[in-house]
Structures are given as structure tokens and as C-alpha cells.
Design a binder for this molecule. Structure first.
Ligand code: CA
Length: 234
């Protein structure tokens, strides 16, 4: 299969630095076994940026499947904190997509998201690991209520905090015409799924990725904004 992708990341309009990291760092095109990642770092001072950068660099270098990459990134963060106690408490989300032999494999921890636009219809492929999302899954909140719930940003799982990291795995057949999106919550906290779908209907992955950044900034840009858009060309 052949792919075209675009990566966009932006500090937003409120934060002073960008703690998100994306991979690949630039737009491009290629064949099988291409890797795509969004990581949203957290921690005081520069720790969030350090966490997402180490996690992405490690995940890219690891030899193994998507889940092994996320687990390896988690271990790298724990090692870094063991060596540099001033970084204690740093962590990151990671949503990683690897398409191999017509199948999209996603490994996921935290509140970044993977979406699929297929035949014009947007579907969220991952579940958020937040307190509010877990209330929704348990039937205690509606999805609409979760969007404004005070604990919507409270993450229940992240890389860098524990050895025993539970990684969600999602598999989806990849078809020509599919458009995958990986994004940090700076996109989906500012935009509804309908607004995300509207931007994703743009012609090129570049227009879609940067359209999401522009739209999230126009809606307030309260957080760092990252989008990796991947088209399955053939
Ligand atoms: Ca964020």
C-alpha cells in the first residue's frame, strides 16, 4: 500500500511552549511499515517536552510491534527519571499507528486520539483514558456531558509513571481512500467531531492537518495542537 501523510503541531494561543511531539516530523509519502505517532507530554517546567520527545524517539527506534514500541518508550521515561530526579512526575500520552499488510495497528495510552474518516464518515478508533471517559463507558455520563465535565482532562493512564503500563491495541483494515487522524487533545477539546470531520474532508493531508490547527486556534487554542493525517492512497 502507498500512503501520503502530513504532520502539524502548534503551541496554540495560550501555552508558552509546545509539549506535544509528532512523528514523522514532516509531511511525506511512502510504502508499507510506516510509523505515525502523537505524544502529549506533561510535567513541570520543560519536563513535558522532554517526556514526549524521549517517548517518540524511543518508540521510533524500537524493533517490534506497536505495543512493544509504547512499552519501550515507557521504560525509557522511567529510566530517565531514575537518572534525573528533577524530572520526576513527567509523563506523556502516546497514540501510535503502524500500517502493515493492509491492516492499521494502533497502540494507545492516554487522551490523544486516533480517528478514521472512511466514505465521509468519521469514527473515533481509540478510547480516552480519562476519568470522564470512564464515566461515559460506565453509563454515568453522556458523551456531551463529558465534554464539559471537570475531570475531562484528568488522565488515568500515561507513559512514565509505572512499570505495569496497560496499552490499548486497536486493529482496523486499511483501505484505499481511508484517512486516519492522530491528534492531541488540543484538537478535540476545541472542536466537536463534526468540526474535525469538516476539516478532514479537505483535499490533501496537509490542508486537513493545518486546517485542524487553524480551526482549533480559531476556537481558542487553549492547549498545544497536534495532528498527523495519513491517507491510504492505494
Ligand atoms: Ca494536551
Amino acid at each position: 500500500m502507498k500512503y501520503r501523510w502530513a504532520s502539524a503541531t502548534h503551541t496554540g494561543r495560550v501555552r508558552s511552549n509546545n509539549e506535544d511531539a509528532v512523528y514523522p516530523p514532516t509531511s511525506g509519502a511512502g510504502d508499507d511499515s510506516t510509523l505515525f505517532i502523537v505524544a502529549d507530554g506533561m510535567g513541570g517546567h520543560v519536563a513535558g517536552e522532554v517526556a514526549s520527545r524521549i517517548a517518540v524517539d524511543t518508540a521510533v527506534d524500537i524493533v517490534g510491534g506497536p505495543t512493544q514500541r509504547v512499552i519501550g518508550a515507557n521504560h525509557a521515561l522511567l529510566l530517565e527519571v531514575a537518572e534525573k530526579p528533577e524530572l520526576a512526575g513527567m509523563g506523556t500520552t502516546m497514540t501510535l499507528l503502524e500500517i502493515v499488510d493492509d491492516v492499521a495497528h494502533i497502540a494507545h495510552v492516554g487522551d490523544s486520539r486516533a480517528y478514521l474518516l472512511r466514505d465521509g464518515v468519521l469514527r473515533q478508533l481509540t478510547e480516552d483514558h480519562t476519568v470522564a471517559a470512564e464515566y461515559v463507558a460506565a453509563g454515568r455520563l453522556s458523551p456531551e456531558e463529558a465534554m464539559t465535565h471537570p475531570q475531562r482532562n484528568m488522565i488515568t493512564r500515561a507513559l512514565g509513571l509505572t512499570q505495569d503500563l496497560l496499552v490499548d491495541e486497536v486493529e482496523e483494515p486499511a483501505r484505499p481512500g481511508d484517512r486516519f487522524l492522530l491528534c492531541s487533545d488540543g484538537v478535540n477539546s476545541m472542536l466537536t467531531d463534526d468540526q474535525i470531520a469538516e476539516q478532514l474532508r479537505a483535499d490533501s493531508p496537509e490542508e486537513a492537518a493545518w486546517g485542524l490547527v487553524e480551526a482549533a486556534n480559531a476556537a481558542g487554542g487553549n492547549d498545544n495542537i497536534s495532528a498527523v493525517v495519513v491517507d491510504v492512497v492505494e
